[in-house]
Ligand binder design. Structure first.
Ligand SMILES: [Zn+2]
Ligand SMILES: [Zn+2]
Length: 95
């Protein structure tokens, strides 16, 4: 016969283990930082010279229809990725 105290203790241990497994882990932050503009679009969507955003956004018209319009962003305002840092291959010392 199972006594209620050991049952509760067992349940508590299971709960604690579950909580540790769920909350003890560090949040997945390993995703690369995307250079994103204030308009919400990636740097790659912006003209490298003029800076205007080429992304088309779906807009609802007055008639209830949708139309595609170019993003109104005129200049990229997000963080500038240091491309050199990432494009340079990391090689071990040769000597
Ligand atoms: Zn933009
Ligand atoms: Zn945009």
């Amino acid at each position: 016969m199972l006594d209620p105290l050991s049952l509760a203790l067992g349940a508590g241990l299971v709960g604690a283990g579950w909580a540790l497994g769920r909350f003890g882990r560090r949040p997945a932050r390993d995703t690369p930082i995307v250079a994103r503009c204030g308009c919400g679009h990636d740097l790659s969507m912006h003209d490298p010279e003029k800076g205007v955003c080429h992304t088309e956004i779906r807009r609802k018209t007055i008639g209830g229809l949708h139309e595609w319009v170019a993003c109104g962003c005129r200049r990229y305002t997000g963080p500038q990725p240091i491309e050199e840092l990432f494009s340079r291959p990391i090689l071990p010392p040769t000597d």
